[in-house]
Design a protein around this ligand. Sequence first.
Ligand code: AMP
Length: 498
Amino acid sequence: MKRTTCLFDCLLVDALIDQPQKGHPLIGMCMTMTISFKELGLAQPLLQATEALGYTQATPVQEKVIPAAISGGDWMVSSQTGSGKTAAFLLPLLNQLIAANPNGKPVPGRAEPQVLVLCPTRELAQQVSADAINLVKFARGIRIATIMGGMPYGKQISQIKGANLVVATPGRLLDLSNSRAIRLDKVKCMIVDEADRMLDLGFQDDIEAIHELCSDRGQTLMFSATFAPRIMQLATSLMNNPGRIELASAHDKHENIAQTLHWADSVAHKHKLLSHWLSDPTMEQAVVFASTQADSETIADSLRADGHEATALHGAMPQAVRNRRLQSLRKGQTRILVATDVAARGIDVPTITHVINFGLPMKAEDYVHRIGRTGRAGRSGVAITLAEHRDRSKIRAIEQYTQQPLQAEVIPGLEPSEKSRKPSHRPGSGRPGRSFGGKGASNASNRHGQGQGEGKTFKQNHFAKPSGPKFAGSGKPSSGPKFGGSGKPSSGQKRTFA
Ligand code: AMP
């Protein structure tokens, strides 16, 4: 792998230091530099675009991924949600497209993209496309197209003609390829975004089929929240001796997001806690997560009945409706979005101040993605989790996954009953937990300088950093553990989750 500039040499030196095995560079947290986009050697139109977007310097993931991707070869990247990872892969690839067409000649109208970005969800595909369109605003001869299910075929088929960069969800891309509406044999670089989610959604076979259709490509980049064994397995089948760039993990603290847990006695109690938080004067926009599609509708209905501007979003809605609702959120017209995990990734709306987990996620790692909808691009955010007594094992799994205790708090007048006040961790397990009764409750009050019944001052400290201790011992889960047992809903009811 050839690295030419001084910056790339510097990367190589660090990479060799952390090289776990021959030919497998690993670039880690140790090398933090502050670099402008100009220093990264990007073409002028991209520098203009980053400036217009207000990006003054590269984020850590961009500092590492841009030079690595430009230098060539396959790379696996793990990075935190909201870290700027989309621009980290778009910028070097757009740079290559600009270099291949320096005079910005109009592209021939063939459906033969050179860059292919695969996304697990339609929402993420739309977000990535929107970012790409913003980044090529000042470039000529580059066209972006989006391929995803739920949209009319005809429009997509005409859009992909002449597109050099295609962002796609796997199923619809294969449909179009099978009907010869698109050829993938000219693809030079394929990016698999959110690879962990791809596997969760059962896209492994589709990705492998797409991999075969563009097997002559020279580069593959894969982004994932973790490098769990199943991700490594996928990497082995798609990539050629990939380098690893490991920036952050689920265990990072999300210090800009104040995370709080409220124990509740019942769904009705959770509704009261939700209502309390939605009336918070610092709340600009909120995403309330529900466990099922039906729950998202019910919660949105009940919020509207209480006079809140709330709307639901879930995977069973027609794509046009999902698009309209997301657009309305982006424009600030929707104040409260009640969503399933379909909204847990890819929604990038900086004005979301609060994420409220009304229903807990199926998998602990989804907690991290959910809370990442707030505190975007360096802002502060608030993440509230409402849990019932029966959710204890899920809360433990989240704490284990993030290796941070969730701070349990009480809202004066909305305290849980004695049953829910039991410690959230088994005594003697060696893991710190907070209890509501006795000491725990007084700690919560002390931290906010108020006793019971004085809820106003309680809320002034939302943006305080979580102060709880880290777990002792290694306890390092390599991938997101599923919740208790099978991870299936405990009620016998059939539930649809996204
Ligand atoms: P992502 O992790 O790709 O979802 O990006 C999160 C947010 O960071 C998006 O709103 C981007 O527009 C923003 N962003 C990306 N790169 C930069 C940068 N270099 N400086 C400031 N904001 C950025």
